[in-house]
Design a binder for this molecule. Structure first.
Ligand code: 8DG
Length: 131
């Protein structure tokens, strides 16, 4: 069986602020912070899944850009692929999350990231500092 692919959108604004979202469920993950996204549906491209999830979860249109790192390991049988994204239209709303927060450079580690997301944030920080 191939792994289930989860895509996650690192939405960047003003070249340095990133959008973090606080999970509402399941209980084991609730309260932890992540990048918006979700599972890629069968036959769906990763880009289309990111766009769909950001509409569903945030009510915004995004543009999908550069990939962040390689496959990020999640639980057994799952892996995560992460992309830098930008807002095309709309203001993010927490439709499925407990809260949303824009994090500036001094705040990247001010939320309790899910275990898989902490190294992603570190890699994103390096990418944004590079620019
Ligand atoms: N979306 C997202 N999921 C993450 C991140 N980090 C991380 O460990 N995960 C885990 C949590 C979940 O077990 C899984 C993604 O599932 P999900 O619940 O977001 O997917 P989905 O929207 O398709 O949900 P569903 O329709 O199956 O309810 O990946 C992240 O940054 N973003």
């Amino acid at each position: 069986m191939s792994a289930v692919v989860v895509v996650a959108a690192v939405i960047v604004a003003s070249g340095e602020r990133v959008l973090a979202a606080q999970r509402a469920d399941p209980p084991a993950l609730a309260g932890g912070w992540e990048f918006p996204g979700g599972k890629v549906d069968p036959g769906e491209s990763e880009e289309a899944a990111l766009v769909r999830e950001c509409v569903e979860e945030l009510g915004v249109q995004i543009a999908v850009g550069e990939r962040v790192g390689d496959d990020w390991p999640l639980a057994e049988g799952y892996l995560m692929r992460v992309y830098l994204c930008s807002l095309v239209s709309g203001t993010p709303q927490a439709r499925e999350h407990l809260a949303l927060r824009w994090l500036g450079p001094g705040e990247y580690y001010s939320v309790d990231w899910l275990g898989a997301d902490l190294p992603v944030m570190k890699t994103v920080e390096n990418l944004l500092l590079r620019d």
